[in-house]
Design a protein around this ligand. Structure first.
Ligand code: BTN
Length: 245
């Protein structure tokens, strides 16, 4: 994939900008919008992504995943999560870096990166996928309500070079994206192996009730499959179940 980097000092949201480009017919596969600061960065849970100017990575990559049918769009989530997991794990080799379903990157019990994917589906094709990534690198203090944010700097003696991390992330994303064309099952298998709490019992909450369950797998649509203590198997969509940390 040919990467075209577009760097900005300040934007509202790189995802929003990429979506605008799509609607104006200006977006191409491989476009990367990188911002030093977002004034209205979007997150999934809190609809806001906190990131101090020039401290972290906040970017959106435009993909045209012709090889992925709309019904298989979870594959994109798997690719992006794994790329981030690889990059962060290489920076922090002494601690486990995991993917908290569906696409949060966790170091132990703390969130270091988040992903916001927005797909534009036309007919039976994902015509565009806007892959938004926020990776906390050098930010030491967080003020928003997000429960457990952490940065790479919390695990290192000195600040990391954002440009080199950016280059590693784009290389990893491109590699996995291309791999997914011929080796989808390999990507799916590795995603499962990298899942936070996979095969381990832990506390969850759904429909106001707290319970102990074990993650058993992921459905083809990306739903979480768990087995509760009684042996009952359940399937949850995103936002229907919460991990109690
Ligand atoms: C989450 O809440 O976990 C998802 C966070 C995604 C944040 C990134 S930062 C770059 C891109 N632009 C946005 O407005 N959001 C995503």
């Amino acid at each position: 994939m040919q990467i075209h980097l577009h760097k900005y000092k300040e934007v509202l949201s790189t995802n929003q900008m990429a979506m605008d480009w799509v609607s104006k017919g200006m977006a191409h596969e491989g476009d990367v919008i990188f911002a030093d600061f977002q004034t209205a960065g979007k997150g999934t849970a809190y609809n806001h992504w906190e990131s101090e100017p020039e401290k972290n990575l906040t970017l959106s990559l435009v993909l045209c995943p012709k090889h992925i049918e709309p019904g298989q769009q979870f594959l994109l989530t798997q690719i992006v999560s794994l790329a981030l997991q690889h990059v962060v794990q290489a920076e922090i080799p002494h601690l486990p870096v995991k993917i908290k379903w569906p696409n949060d990157i966790y170091v132990e019990n703390k969130k270091i990166a988040g992903v916001l994917i927005q797909n534009i589906i036309q007919g039976n094709e994902i015509s565009f996928s806007i892959v938004g990534v926020g990776l906390n690198v050098n930010q030491r203090h967080f003020s928003s309500k997000a429960p457990n944010p952490v940065s790479i700097i919390h695990y290192k003696k000195e600040a990391s070079d954002r440009e080199s991390l950016f280059a590693k992330l784009i290389a990893e994303l491109s590699k996995l994206y291309e791999q997914s064309i011929y080796h989808q099952q390999r990507v799916e298998k590795e995603y499962l192996q990298s899942l936070y709490r996979f095969g381990q019992s832990g506390r969850f909450e759904a429909t106001g009730k707290s319970f102990i369950a074990t993650i058993k797998g992921i459905t083809a649509y990306g739903q979480l499959m768990v087995t509760v203590e009684s042996g009952e198997e359940r399937v949850y969509n995103f936002k229907e179940i919460r991990f109690v940390l």
